[in-house]
Design a protein around this ligand. Structure first.
Ligand code: AMP
Ligand code: MG
Length: 503
């Protein structure tokens, strides 16, 4: 279907549904290339997020209508949208990669949604909507497998309370797409206030275009950090704020065992959101050196490396802002807020995960010892913390199912005995502590095998499991007795699953 041939009836309906305000398109032409998505034949709806839809005043039923499926595949243009692909650059695996850009993502524009007391603009982006001038020889497509993973994980992260880009819907088409195997094309519609990346700043810095760099920084401050406009040095304040948000994000990732997999500077959000879901994974058997991305042979982005890589990336961002900030010292000072913020949020989150209300001098040693026995015994990260919420101070028999996660049970018993003593120190009550712990230790995370089951069914055109997982993961802290099996350890067949950059 031709993007310009948008039907009158659905066009009118959609005009009244979505009001576009295209902020990014108001930047100078050098920031992007205007272009149309490339249509896909006979698209169908694969999944819809009612929660994301509500953010722009839509509902799930509307999103699954043929007109919307066409629109969110890029086959028909939503009235008021001004599609474009943005340019950015970046460091990939620590090496300057030069110009990248939206190689397969097309920004439709920003949708204004009125909510009480604020007007929120959500940018809508079609990922997998065809080639752009930044595709660098690749096909501009995304496969069904990776789109379902991005859709489910975006919404799962939101369910966990972790800042992330959102996913409105996924559509599919039978058009073949060649990866290691022949797969099929898919488009995931992402939503965020902005998709500007650290690499967007690096782009102008390394191309020696200070005017564009300033324009970008001013745009980001004006639109997304307006409270910083009154600071003496808004550019320094911006770096400081991005540093704090990124530090908090890392503390959140680490404490749910989320591994991003490709923390290149072009995948780092200037808003501190989790961005670009590729070979990500939730850690199952604990291993601090866990590498979720099969392509990352050196383990640059291993679980334990994530916080320091984030800081490395912030230095790359800081480098671009030195001239605007006015001094290396001022830049350095903004970046130095990372470690104390990360440490503080991380400690608060481990405390909460262990049900500790107070912070006492020996707590860090207790936490460190837990990680030592976890490293030696590889218990399932999610199950361990969830089950710790069921421990009863006066009843060691309540530990049975926790002990089962450890090969070296005496090592766990020794730790548990110190943990009990520590809980008694603050007169911890089992019921209240258990409830508080269950509110921060998820029962359900997007395990690779769960995504894989949903993907296999979706390849057979059965999308029920995508919806089922989405629904379960939207309430990850709730007991859902009917979905108990989704909280279980991965089955044996899952040990062979690998995720790579192929998407
Ligand atoms: P990623 O590692 O997925 O963040 O991608 C790095 C860069 O490659 C970005 O500029 C993407 O837009 C681009 N890219 C990845 N896959 C494709 C594809 N299939 N077609 C075009 N560009 C792509
Ligand atoms: Mg990317």
């Amino acid at each position: 279907m031709n993007p310009s041939s948008f039907s009158v009836e659905s066009g009118q309906a959609l005009t009244s549904l979505l009001k576009f305000e295209n902020r990014f398109a108001s930047l100078p032409a050098s920031f992007y290339t205007r272009l149309q998505p490339t249509p896909l034949p006979a698209p169908y709806s694969v999944g819809v997020s009612p929660a994301a839809a509500a953010l722009i005043g839509l509902d799930a039923t509307t999103l699954a209508t043929p007109a919307m499926v066409e629109a969110f595949t890029g086959n028909e243009l939503l009235p008021g949208s001004d599609p474009l692909a943005a340019v950015y650059s970046g460091h990939q695996f620590g090496v300057w990669a030069g110009q990248l850009g939206d190689g397969r993502a097309i920004l439709l524009g920003g949708v204004l949604h009125h909510v009480p007391h604020q007007n929120q603009i959500w940018e809508l982006q079609l990922k997998g909507a065809g080639r752009t001038p930044y595709s660098r020889g690749a096909d501009g497509r995304a496969v069904l497998r990776s789109s379902i993973r991005e859709f489910l994980c975006s919404e799962a992260m939101h369910g966990l309370g972790i800042p992330t880009t959102r996913a409105l819907c996924v559509t599919g088409s039978d058009q073949p797409v060649i990866r290691e195997d022949i797969e099929t094309a898919s488009v995931v519609t992402r939503m965020a206030p902005s998709f500007v990346r650290f690499g967007s700043f690096e782009h102008w810095f390394y191309n020696s275009q200070p005017e564009e760099l300033r324009t970008l920084a001013d745009y980001v401050i004006r639109e997304f950090y307006p409270e910083l406009l009154t600071e003496t040095n808004p550019y320094q304040a911006l770096l400081h704020e991005v540093t704090l948000r990124t530090a908090r994000l890392m503390a959140q990732w680490q404490t749910v065992g989320f591994c991003h997999g490709v923390m290149n500077t072009d995948n780092m959000s200037i808003l501190g959101l989790t961005l670009d879901y590729g070979p990500f994974g939730f850690m199952e058997a604990f291993n601090a050196n866990h590498i979720c991305n099969h392509t990352d042979q050196q383990g640059r982005y291993a679980y334990a490396m994530q916080p320091r890589i984030a800081l490395w990336n912030l230095y790359a961002l800081g480098q671009t802002l030195v001239a605007l900030i006015g001094s290396v010292e001022g830049t350095q000072a903004a970046l130095e807020s990372f470690q104390p913020e990360f440490d503080a949020v991380l400690a608060a989150r481990w405390h909460a995960k262990l049900g500790l209300r107070e912070s006492l001098p020996n707590d860090q040693a207790l936490i460190d010892r837990l990680f030592e026995i976890m490293q030696a015994n590889r218990p399932d990260f999610t199950l361990l913390f969830r089950k710790l919420g069921e421990l009863k101070i006066g009843d060691p028999s309540s530990d049975e199912s926790i002990r089962d996660l450890f090969l070296d049970r005496p090592a766990f018993d020794a730790w548990a005995s110190d943990y009990r003593a520590r809980l008694q120190q603050e007169q911890s009550m089992d019921a209240a502590r258990g409830a508080a712990m269950h509110a921060v230790n998820p029962k359900y995370v997007l395990r690779n095998y769960l995504a894989e089951v949903a993907i296999r069914k979706a390849k057979q055109k059965d999308f029920s499991e995508v919806e089922k997982l989405r629904a379960i993961l939207s309430k990850p802290f709730d007991e859902q007795p009917e979905n108990e099996s989704y909280a279980a350890l991965p089955p044996d067949w899952a040990s062979g699953l690998e995720v790579s950059c192929s998407s």
